[in-house]
Ligand binder design. Structure first.
Ligand SMILES: Cc1cc2nc3c(=O)[nH]c(=O)nc-3n(C[C@H](O)[C@H](O)[C@H](O)COP(=O)(O)OP(=O)(O)OC[C@H]3O[C@@H](n4cnc5c(N)ncnc54)[C@H](O)[C@@H]3O)c2cc1C
Ligand code: SF4
Ligand code: SF4
Length: 375
């Protein structure tokens, strides 16, 4: 049996440089803490099995097992993952003004879920200077205060653990794909299903191709701008090739080549571009600023999107076929790159492959890969 205790987590993920700092292992016990965007271990713990390891998205993430448990079907290596609908979307008039990243679809869905009584609050990622600041939002104003993307990995799930431990229930989480994978693993928790921390009521996933190391970016940008003056950041679609930093003094354009070095190694083995384990997933809509791509995956997500559109929180439009194809191609390219990189590094395995693996795939795909035919 593969060991799944905190020592194994430290060895397989943290010491191996694969920790993305998602915060899923933080504040489950007194030992794991988040400091300056990094997950640190304060004390050694010899527990043989722990939720810290079982939920980590970078240790033993079994894509086939998760897909069967969540969607009742095999993991697919094509397209944007299981979905009921794929549309263009943006916030409707009910949401009002806000500093949204693109169309405000994420904020609109959360506002609608709160309005409907589907959730009691949402664990979001705000910002203090350059540092991402996970926080529990319980009102429309608090949701809007967290709008906008922070392009670094963030310990959002530490705030989720803390809120749950303090008794909060019915929470949504807005999650990057790695955070979404950690949340998905809670749905099949085999370690301690009676613990106060567990699955989220609703997961709104974000698209993500890569994130940046928070400490690296803070050091780099701190030399160029006063972090207190930053209003927003954006990575416009190709061919722009820049990170734009909007400050009270003006807008700075930083070539992506100057910040690529801050992409953590964990992102290279991340197969998920479109948050495949979420109830709904949201990304930019290329070529249409002010709009989002919305992927509706679960029945709960469908009910929310329909109610949000009915009540004026959300505007939905059909997505042209060429955009769907382009999106599917981009998701497939990221998946193939990540699985290739994981295999090269010995971090990918089939279901029965010995030794710790960061990622596992089903027997058929593993057989194909082992024969050198996998995509
Ligand atoms: C690291 C990162 C990489 C991304 N890469 C892509 C990409 O390659 N392609 C693409 O189409 N879209 C990408 N996105 C998503 C995109 O930037 C927008 O978040 C998305 O289009 C939703 O826009 P919106 O106007 O609906 O969001 P808003 O209504 O402004 O809401 C944004 C929400 O994102 C949450 N959030 C912000 N930063 C983080 C973070 N670091 N971790 C977790 N949650 C966060 C906030 O809590 C907020 O609720 C990325 C986002 C992040 C955080
Ligand atoms: S759960 Fe998240 S923060 Fe903890 S070790 Fe894994 S990747 Fe790092
Ligand atoms: S690429 Fe994957 S691992 Fe990296 S920040 Fe995005 S979701 Fe997380």
């Amino acid at each position: 049996m593969i060991k799944q205790g905190p020592r194994d987590l430290v060895e397989q993920v943290q010491e191996a440089g694969l920790c993305i700092g998602c915060g899923s292992c933080v504040e489950l016990c007194p030992y794991f803490r988040s400091h300056n965007g990094k997950t640190v271990v304060l004390h050694d713990c010899d527990l043989e099995q722990g939720r810290c390891h079982a939920w980590c998205p970078k240790a033993e993430l079994d894509l086939e097992e998760l897909s069967q448990a969540l969607w009742g079907k095999p993991y697919r290596f094509t397209g944007v993952g299981p979905h009921l609908a794929l549309t263009a979307a943006k916030a409707g008039p009910a949401l009002g003004e806000g500093a949204f990243q693109s169309g405000g679809t994420v904020s609109a869905l959360l506002a609608a879920a709160l309005d409907q009584g589907m959730i009691q609050g949402a664990v979001l990622t705000g910002r203090e200077g350059l540092e991402p600041l996970p926080t529990l939002a319980r009102s429309l104003d608090e949701i809007k205060a967290c709008a906008g993307s922070k392009f670094t990995a963030a310990p959002t799930l530490a705030a989720f653990n803390r809120a749950q431990a303090q008794g909060a229930e019915g929470l949504a989480v807005v999650a990057t794909p790695c955070q979404g994978a950690a949340l998905a693993q809670r749905r099949l928790d085999k370690v301690n299903p009676d613990a106060p921390t567990g699955p989220a009521e609703l997961v709104v996933g974000l698209f993500c191709n890569w994130g940046l190391d928070p400490q690296g970016l803070m050091r780099f940008l701190g030399q160029k701008v006063n972090p207190e003056t930053i209003k927003a950041m954006d990575i416009p679609p190709p061919p722009a090739g820049v990170l734009t930093v909007e400050t009270t003094e003006g807008t700075l354009e930083i070539p992506l080549d100057e910040i690529r070095g801050f992409i953590p190694p964990a992102c290279a083995i991340c197969p998920d571009m479109t948050s495949e384990w979420a109830d709904v997933s949201v990304g930019m809509l290329e070529g249409r600023p002010g709009w989002n791509t919305l992927v509706v995956r679960s029945e709960k997500g469908r009910a929310l999107a329909e109610a949000a559109a009915d009540k004026g929180w959300l505007v939905l439009e059909e997505m042209p076929a060429d955009m769907r194809e382009h999106l599917a191609g981009a998701a497939e390219a990221k998946r193939a790159r990540a699985l290739g990189a994981a295999q090269e590094q010995g971090l990918l395995g089939g279901p029965d492959e010995p030794g710790p693996k960061a990622l596992r795939v089903g027997p058929e795909f593993w057989a194909e890969l082992s024969q050198g035919k996998g995509e």
